[in-house]
Design a protein around this ligand. Structure first.
Ligand code: G3I
Length: 328
């Protein structure tokens, strides 16, 4: 196999990336994605502010365009995301939800989950049902959902999703949960264990995997192992591995050696997934460096976080991943 898509498939895994409404208009990005990705996640287009901008007013157009484009190219789609509130990034949760009287939040959440899952029934591989439920210390984020229902909002959302589509895989997804020894990854493990014990429908855990070069945890494989030991799938859902760059335009690394560190860490991540039977695949959070969120969101100059450079050309990390999947 000569592409990540084919090499991963030959190992019974997938390699994927994201698509956005903007990138859909960029032929270089779409042809690269169609060649290298077997699974697509819409970057923002299925989130609550786009999909239900006002109560009961559902707007599926932007999400549909990405799903239909992917289906037309034979790619599968991960739905992202149904229930999310991270105050650090406002999470594209519309103001109307944040301002609801607390006793109306459960109904609004169940309706949102039900309508979206029904709309895409039979068309998606998986849904990130609840996104980023934890603070870094392992406590629950104080979202409107948590305020209204306590931690039960997670089980309630999962049950609503299962009722709307018995077949789509249901995930919880978070960052800083990749290694096996942080308070947050322990919190995710304990939550998953409790949900399984309670018979709540849950199929997998998404390890977002937003990393800084040189600091990727060495315990990802053992963490994947303990999670799959609960009878769950795991997936790397949003991989990127940022480094300091000279400026945001070309994203030239300050330390050229960082590209090799990034390649080694990418190889190790692929290898960890291949070593864990129920690690189903790995997606990066971009088509390439040109459209990755890192340069826009991090203060100072950070970038070069993905497998393709600002001109959508493969970087050392790309060849490292391809090799690790057994391609080349
Ligand atoms: O489209 C509007 C535009 O009309 C407006 O003028 C502009 C001004 O702020 O904002 C534009 O929307 C931005 C949107 O990206 C599209 O570019 C939002 O402000 C911005 O907040 C949003 O950021 C997204 C972020 O999630 C929001 O939380 C990023 O694109 C997206 O890559 C990022 O993805 C998240 C995953 O969903 C969850 N895990 C972490 C990951 C990275 O933060």
């Amino acid at each position: 196999p000569t592409t990540l898509k084919e090499a991963a498939q030959a190992k019974g895994r997938y390699f994927g990336g994201i698509m956005s409404s903007n990138s859909l208009n960029n032929p270089t990005a779409t042809s690269l994605a169609a060649r290298e990705f077997g699974v697509i996640t819409p970057e923002n287009e299925m989130k609550w502010d786009t999909s239900e901008p006002s109560p009961g007013n559902f707007n599926y157009g932007p999400g549909d365009r990405i799903q239909e484009w992917a289906a037309g190219k034979g790619m599968k789609v991960r739905g992202h995301t149904l229930v999310w509130y991270n105050p650090d990034v406002e999470s594209q949760l519309p103001a109307w939800v944040k301002q609801l009287p607390l006793q109306q939040v459960r109904g609004a959440m169940e309706n949102h989950v039900t309508q979206l899952v029904k709309h895409y029934k039979g068309k998606l591989l998986a849904w990130d049902v609840v996104n980023e439920p934890f603070n870094d210390d392992g406590s629950y984020r104080n979202s409107v959902f948590y305020q209204a229902m306590g931690k039960d909002y997670i089980a309630i959302a999962l049950r609503a999703a299962r009722a709307a589509d018995p077949d789509v895989k249901l995930y919880l997804n978070d960052y800083n949960t990749e290694g096996d020894n942080s308070p947050k990854s322990n919190a995710m493990y304990n939550l998953a264990k409790q949900l399984k014990a309670d018979g709540v429908p849950l199929d997998g855990i998404g390890l977002e995997s937003h990393f800084e070069v040189g600091t990727v945890p060495s315990t990802i494989q053992s963490n994947m192992q303990r999670l799959t030991g609960l009878g769950l799938d795991v997936a790397v859902t949003e991989y990127d591995n940022r480094m300091q760059v000279k400026e945001k335009q070309n994203q030239t690394p300050v330390n050229p050696g960082d590209l090799n560190t990034q390649a080694t860490e990418t190889k190790n991540l692929v290898t960890a997934c291949l070593n864990v039977a129920r690690c189903v695949g790995m997606s990066q959070w971009a088509v390439g460096d040109a459209d990755n969120w890192v340069p826009l969101f991090f203060p100072g100059s950070w970038g070069s976080a993905t497998l393709f450079d600002v001109n959508y050309q493969p970087k050392p990390a790309y060849y490292a991943a391809l090799n690790a999947f057994g391609g080349g």
